[in-house]
Design a protein around this ligand. Structure first.
Ligand SMILES: *Cc1c(COP(=O)(O)O)cnc(C)c1O
Length: 362
């Protein structure tokens, strides 16, 4: 059976070479005589896997030594609660920028916990077609942190700048853009991401946290949400998501082998430019996102006619271009073109778009 081009927003494509490597080691990993799925997480073989995974991620992202890297479960959504639970006690209040659905959910979760949190900027009134421009004066210095979502998966927007929060730690949900291009980790207090968009299968969540931000959790804090406990136990307080971490390691290895995040960025820009250049060259499809906020990972577009949008997604699917239907809350189309999407996948998509526009005049 032929593999399709899967434009799903997540879980999403994994590099074929990674899947093949995993398949070759699926039943017996090295000399262990067992699958990675069957291994004790305390065994020497597995300890080597998780240590290497961390070392590779540190190398890829150039993570400074004063940051801890945690391999957790629960998805990015669990971190919506973990962020305030771990950090709010620094000063008792925090700021959120709401640039789409996930940042809105993160904000609501902190409110639900009863914390003093404030939304300082949002683009809700513009249907989230760009990310807010914020400057240092937007934040009073007594905040424990400022939370943003760096790439908005559903609307297809991203920050093309890192908001200046002065001494206030910046916390970023990078679920849909992590390891897609280099990012200066030292500009952030915390970076977190569900792995299933750009890194590994579902089940793994990455948290990268500056050491001086550990230790503010309340006493009644659930142990599993306490970053300090997880850091002190090298992400092994309990059983980590072993197989997903192993898969992440293979993905890191693949990216390092092709030149790291600089090369990844070139590859991703090339794909995104192909698609955006086409969108800008015609009028059949409209890309609703403002140009200076366009995401390199999630490209949204509409025909302006809901029936045609539906037809597009279904005919594209029949042509082997899967999961192009936009998020259920916004409609239209969305092409998620994460690291593992080959350039040819986007070429095929653009060719399909041209053909569809010709065959279905409005
Ligand atoms: C997918 C996504 C989430 C939700 O992630 P889960 O791992 O399913 O909890 C949160 N934030 C962003 C930016 C996402 O893309």
């Amino acid at each position: 059976m032929n593999r399709v081009y899967n434009f799903s927003a997540g879980p999403s494509m994994l590099p074929l070479t990674v899947l093949e490597k995993a398949a070759s080691e699926l039943v017996c990993y090295g000399e262990s005589g067992m699958s990675v799925m069957e291994m004790s997480h305390r065994s020497p073989d597995y300890e080597a896997i998780i240590k290497e995974a961390e070392a590779m991620l540190r190398k890829l992202m150039d993570i400074p030594d004063n940051y801890k890297v945690l391999f957790l479960q629960g998805g990015a959504s669990t971190q919506f609660a973990a962020v305030p639970l771990n950090l709010i006690n620094r000063t008792g209040k925090a700021y959120y920028i709401v640039s789409g659905q996930f940042s809105g959910k993160a904000f609501k979760e902190a409110q639900k916990l009863g914390y003093d949190v404030k939304c300082v900027a949002t683009t809700k009134d513009d249907n989230f077609d760009h990310v807010p421009e914020v400057t240092r004066d937007a934040f009073r210095s007594d905040a424990a942190y400022v939370h943003i979502c760096f790439n908005n998966t559903i609307y297809g927007t991203k920050y093309h700048y890192i908001p200046d929060t002065g001494d206030i730690p910046l916390v970023a949900d990078m679920s849909s853009c992590i390891i897609s291009e280099p990012v200066d980790v030292s500009k952030f207090g915390v970076i977190y991401a569900g792995a299933q968009k750009n890194m590994a299968p579902a089940g793994l969540t990455i948290v990268i946290v500056r050491e001086d931000l550990l230790g503010y959790a309340e006493e009644k804090m659930p142990t599993m949400l306490d970053w300090k406990v997880m850091a002190e136990n090298d992400s092994m307080y309990n059983t980590p998501p072993c197989y997903a971490i192993y898969m992440a390691k293979l993905v890191y290895e693949w990216i390092l082998s092709i030149g790291g995040l600089d090369a990844m960025k070139v590859h991703n820009e090339k794909k995104a430019n192909l698609l955006y250049d086409y969108l800008d060259s015609q009028s059949y499809y409209v890309a609703p996102v403002k140009k200076d906020s366009r995401s390199m990972m999630n490209v949204t577009f509409v025909t302006g006619n809901a029936d045609l949008d539906k037809k597009f997604a279904s005919e594209a699917s029949a042509a082997g271009l899967k999961n192009l239907k936009g998020h259920r809350s916004v409609g239209g189309m969305r092409a998620s073109i994460y690291n593992a999407m080959p350039y040819e996948g986007v070429e095929k998509l653009v060719a399909f778009m041209k053909d569809f526009a010709e065959k279905n005049p409005k």
